[in-house]
Design a protein around this ligand. Structure first.
Ligand code: PMP
Length: 383
């Protein structure tokens, strides 16, 4: 290490692999149009707020006690929702939850990763994955996605055979590309994991944070859980349920996999308030999910519009199909200039993904119109 380099942690005995690290997170700026972190743009309705307030008030009366450590009622509600949404039978399966699917994922790495072990994913993908690996001392490797961001089953199998991971992370729909995987790819990964290690196949995690936004004909991997004790499908209430602020993520898997997560969780990790808010939001499932249809229609319109645009240098924009509530588009010779130009016009999007690409979250029709208007101007000005 360069002795002249900044030492942001002073003389503290920080773990060497954390020495140059920054905390994860996109800028939280106060601008009119926020389309940068794939939030749901619709704030809870008065009716939803009233239910949440009543349930929180009930929970407040018990705050001298620790919450239900096993959050049994919330698990039952999540299981019922997931069975309904995916159409799969979850009778033999277990459900787990934590403070965002971020924490669910950390539990997975704590239980199944660790020193001397490897987590494998397919780049470009969610940029928090390497952090879970780092924080659990798990070796992090990526195989690559194809140029259209699909995962080639043969390349995936070769990567699994080469790296022999104990955890495989498959985001579908993937962030930042928006692309979902066909179930045949998930099945091929499960088969490759069994082939690489027939006795203890890797845990295959399908991260379905954006599942509710998928287009018709894209099935959820929840249907594959029966018969695959090493498969876990994670979900979140942050996106479709418009409850990012509540911090609730969950997964479905076989009971043994969930028992392993119970070993590594902190006791009482889901507060009584969190459990109350999540259950109240689930009661308003129909109202909250009705907005998903609007967002999907807006997303499809945004994809179509972006495909008609040209970068400042005249090349047509490339826009992968999106099954999520955001759209990746590019490429730009100077993506930072485009990002900054949009910000100067009050529209915050995300400078992420492979070189030259930008990602925009789907907002309300008004916000999407503001984005289209700003992008048209920025492209014109940077020609
Ligand atoms: N997985 C993916 C692919 C994501 O994009 C995100 C959020 N950006 C998460 C998981 C985590 O979401 P949360 O912790 O809010 O559930």
């Amino acid at each position: 290490t360069d002795p002249g380099a900044a030492r942001p942690f002073g003389d503290l005995p920080i773990r060497p692999e954390l020495a140059g690290e920054h905390p994860y997170g996109a800028p939280q700026l106060d601008v009119p149009v926020l389309l940068n972190v794939n939030e749901n743009p619709y704030a809870p309705s008065a009716e939803v707020i009233a239910t949440i307030a009543a349930e929180v008030s009930r929970a407040a009366a018990t705050l001298n006690r620790y919450p239900d450590r096993e959050f049994t009622a919330l698990r039952d509600d999540l299981r019922a929702y997931l069975a309904l949404e995916s159409g799969a039978c979850l009778d033999e399966l277990a459900v787990w939850a934590a403070n965002g699917s971020n924490e669910v994922m950390l539990h997975l790495l704590q239980a199944f990763g660790g020193p001397g072990r490897t987590a494998l994913s397919f780049a470009p993908t969610y940029s928090m994955y390497p952090e879970y690996a780092r924080d659990t001392h798990t070796r992090w490797v990526t195989a690559r996605r194809e140029t259209d961001f699909t995962v080639d089953p043969a390349r995936a199998a070769a990567g699994i055979a080469e790296h022999r991971p104990s955890v495989i992370l498959l985001a579908s729909p993937n962030n930042p590309t928006g692309t979902a995987l066909p179930l045949s790819t998930v099945e091929a990964v499960l088969a490759a994991a069994s082939q690489a290690d027939p006795d203890t196949p890797a845990v295959v995690v399908v991260d379905e944070a954006y599942a509710e936004f998928r287009r018709a004909g894209t099935p959820s991997a929840v249907g594959l859980l029966a018969g695959h004790p090493n498969l876990a499908v994670t979900r979140t209430m942050s996106k479709a349920f418009a409850a990012a602020g509540a911090r609730v993520g969950y997964l479905a898997a076989g009971p043994q996999l969930v028992d392993a997560l119970r070993v590594v969780r902190l006791p009482y990790h889901l507060s009584a308030i969190t459990q109350a808010v999540a259950r109240a939001a689930l009661r308003h499932r129909e109202t909250l999910l009705a907005q998903v249809d609007t967002l999907r229609a807006e997303r499809d319109a945004l994809v179509a519009w972006l495909r008609e645009q040209r970068a400042p240098d005249g090349r047509a924009l490339d826009v992968p199909d999106s099954d999520a509530n955001f759209v990746l588009f590019g490429t730009f010779a100077d993506r930072h200039a485009v990002w900054q130009g949009l910000l100067d016009r009050g529209v915050l999007i995300r400078e992420t993904g492979p070189d030259g690409w930008l990602r925009v979250s789907v907002g309300t029709p008004e916000e999407n119109a503001a984005f289209r208007d700003a992008l048209t101007h920025v492209i014109e000005e940077t020609k």
